[in-house]
Design a protein around this ligand. Sequence first.
Ligand code: CUA
Length: 263
Amino acid sequence: MLNHSKLIIYPFLTFFYSYVLFNDAPENWQLGFQDPATPIMEGIINLHHDLMYFICVIFIFVSWMLSRTLWHFEKTQNIIPSTLTHGTLIEIIWTVTPACILLIIAIPSFSLLYAMDEIISPAITIKTLGHQWYWSYEYSDYLNEDGESVMYDSYMIPEEDLDLGQLRLLEVDNRMVVPINTHIRIIVSAADVLHSWAIPSLGIKCDAIPGRLNQTSMFIKREGVYYGQCSEICGINHGFMPIVVEAVKLPNYITWISNKLSE
Ligand code: CUA
């Protein structure tokens, strides 16, 4: 029997799934990317798709060549072997063709690489420090009456303290809060050993190296909560120092930062 309420609801659900709900945390058995929230991550996904085209064509061509070769030059099929050892034309073709493919790939790849490296006059600078085993964030653009900047630690919420709906091994007690549609500079360093500050949806993976400042930037296009993890083996609790970035509208960010300053 036709269920009319389902008929009405499904197009809306489809709309919701494809336009409103975003995947900014890993899922079980996930193969693809998380949804992009920055232009850089969109670029990374597009480059991946471009490369997949070439990879598929090459894979099909090489498999076809290999199977044809194995079939036709097998000893029962081809009793008298050819004495041919080389042919100039074919060698030119199979050298130049891959070189051209690499050149075609290099163009979008380099433009993305330079785009990722570009720091566009940032409105906010946030310092991220990796520790064994937690992250700490410092908003040094703002000072309170005592001349202190906003600085806090961000620890993973242990499994037994999780609330319903919170993500295991990914939720933290104090998130990094940032405004959307703003150029933000992130300065990454470490206090003890190597760590790496990585968030898939934002297209960021920046090594945190003791005694060195690494710089990256982000421009988040939509509100959301973005989950990431430390991505450099840093000791026993490497898997337990997740990263959570909460992107909010600018007025909400201003409220948040002024509350933090008056704490
Ligand atoms: Cu910190 Cu791995």
